[in-house]
Design a protein. Structure first.
Length: 308
């Protein structure tokens, strides 16, 4: 094979195989999900920015989550809608590497934000008297910068590691967007380094964050169970419900997709594709809905805006 055959200039993205006749309805569904997620997260940002009473650690972290979800939606929207609207399946290799960089780095930043929100709930319930002194605005800003540096820094080598490979002629990806786990499998070269580094990144981010979130909630439960009043117990736990929902919405499909990609032989391609859509589309869609329903102050602002 000559060099042009071994190094294709484009990858081919995939919609939902076997459902080509439903592309119009699927595109309407996905477009509606994007509109709702963009609108919902923008409303959350606007409310927190304009109301000085919401300039508290809990809501600052929530605004970080909303902004990350908006960026994550923007990074996947062009290729997903392009396939279902225009059958635009081709994506250049460089554009693919850029997209996977943003998808993975933003996902790991969101994981860090969810960890910080768990820390916020831990301090608020277990050490309420130290809440204001521990979670100061400068410290929150430094935490946000640390999240960004960690997410970007760990993913930054991946496009360069992928670019050094020679790719086979079969350059079809399972998803409507690019993921590192999938792109590296198309290489004709030894992918051991990429596989090990990818596993290392997952452990350092999702693995560590999920364990720390679990530990924080174990300590929260211990503190709540020591409260004598049942009403106070319920009140304390109720402040964690929205965050628990956000954690489950994010980590369940993300871990599931990682397992499927590493042990793909045990599942059909359709399962991988559907899990991929759940992983990227559902959390940005549901997070603003969950927080709008469960957070009293945000719910009150939205209600006043509609009634006015």
């Amino acid at each position: 094979l000559n060099d042009t055959e071994m190094k294709p200039t484009v990858f081919l993205l995939t919609g939902i195989p076997g459902q080509e006749g439903m592309n119009l309805w699927i595109s309407i569904l996905f477009f509606s999900m994007y509109v709702i997620s963009m609108l919902g997260n923008s409303v959350i940002l606007f409310i927190i920015k304009t109301d000085l009473s919401l300039h508290e650690p809990m809501y600052i972290f929530l605004s970080m989550l909303a902004f990350t979800d908006i960026c994550l939606s923007i990074s996947t929207m062009p290729t997903i809608l392009g396939i279902f609207w225009f059958n635009a399946r081709e994506i250049s290799i460089n554009a693919c590497f850029v997209q996977l960089f943003f998808i993975h780095s933003l996902s790991f930043i969101e994981s860090s934000v969810l960890l910080s929100m768990a820390f916020d709930r831990y301090i608020a319930i277990c050490n309420p008297l130290q809440y204001a002194s521990v979670l100061t605005t400068p410290r929150i800003v430094r935490m946000g910068l640390a999240f960004m540096v960690r997410g970007v820094g760990l993913i930054f080598p991946l496009p360069f590691l992928l670019k050094r490979f020679r790719y086979c002629r079969d350059n079809v990806l399972f998803h409507s967007y690019c993921l590192h786990q999938e792109v590296m499998k198309l290489a004709c070269s030894d992918i051991t380094v990429n596989s090990i580094y990818g596993l290392f990144v997952i452990i350092c981010t999702v693995g560590v964050d999920s364990l720390l979130i679990l530990l924080s909630y174990v300590m929260i439960l211990r503190a709540v169970l020591s409260i004598a009043s049942q009403e106070e117990r319920f009140k304390a736990l109720n402040t964690c419900v929205s965050h628990v929902c956000a954690v489950l919405l994010f980590y369940t499909p993300m871990i599931g997709l990682s397992v499927i990609h590493r042990f793909g032989g045990i599942s059909s391609p359709l399962v991988q594709i559907l899990m991929g859509y759940v992983y990227l589309l559902v959390p940005p869609l549901m997070n603003p809905i969950v927080y709008s329903v469960k957070t009293k102050k945000i719910r009150a602002h939205i209600a006043r805006a509609f009634f006015r």
